[in-house]
Design a protein around this ligand. Structure first.
Ligand code: F6R
Length: 242
């Protein structure tokens, strides 16, 4: 793994954005995998800045998001569709028809999972951006006895709902289910960028990168991938012996 530790969030965001920009410059038709949550916001701001300042175009890329809550419409402020439009899609020249998120409002969620897997099959991801949950989740693949490879419906753990309650008026409003890409699909990405910030993630960062490979910590499966770039701020990396 290529582990890089930064003194400032600014540097981390800049580095992650530059990897994505280089990918698009090298291949204007690249397929990018995006994440949501608090970590990528600064990275998306940098992408927007580079789009305007350097004239980098996203016109021909295709994007896939990792996950979406079940039961939130795309215009709900806490849906990941809304988040992506707000932080990235509406600010760059990526045509709406080339962005993909699971539809958590689909009549048949099982058919929706199959549809998403089919699209992923047709558009292999070049670079997948990931954040890390406090319990080791990636996407919404929560710790479990077994993990599911493809897109599936997941019950969110209380720890995850607690962590995400900050975005809602109350915890009761946090959905209990989500649709997520599976770990198998995530690991198919040619390159994975894992970005993590904050002292509260230091233990899980160590466990994910250097602990046993176990479904109890889904991010530990990243150790089996040959091209993972880990971008950490000082606090998130403070428990690593490098
Ligand atoms: C969201 C996602 C999640 C988050 C993780 C960390 O699309 O995939 O796995 O990356 O929960 O969230 P933050 O960045 O808010 O700490």
């Amino acid at each position: 793994m290529n582990i890089q530790i930064f003194d400032s969030q600014e540097q981390l965001d800049e580095t992650a954005a530059q990897y994505l920009i280089d990918t698009v410059k090298h291949n204007p038709e690249a397929v990018l995998g995006f994440a949501t949550g608090s970590t990528p916001i600064g990275i998306y701001d940098k992408l927007v800045e580079k789009h305007h300042r350097l004239g980098v175009s996203f016109r021909h890329i295709t994007s896939f998001n990792l996950d979406e809550y079940v039961g939130l419409t795309a215009d709900h402020e806490q849906s990941y569709a809304f988040y992506m439009n707000k932080h990235l899609f509406s600010r760059i020249d990526l045509p709406a028809g080339q962005t993909n998120l699971p539809n958590g409002m689909a009549d048949s969620l099982n058919s929706e999972c199959k549809r998403y897997d089919q699209l992923l099959e047709e558009h292999p991801i070049d670079v997948q951006l990931l954040g890390l949950g406090h319990n080791g989740h990636i996407g919404f693949n929560e710790p479990a006895e077994g993990l599911i490879g493809g897109t599936h419906i997941v019950q969110l753990q209380e720890k995850t709902r607690d962590a995400n309650a900050r975005f809602f008026d109350s915890k009761d409003e946090v959905p209990t289910e989500a649709v997520t890409m599976g770990v198998g699909s995530i690991l198919k990405a040619k390159t994975i960028i894992l970005a993590v910030r904050g002292a509260d993630k230091a233990d899980i960062v160590r466990e994910a990168l250097f602990g046993p490979i176990t479904t109890d910590c889904p991010a530990s499966l990243l150790q089996t991938h040959s091209d993972v770039i880990v971008l950490l701020d000082r606090e998130a990396g403070r428990k690593l012996d490098l």
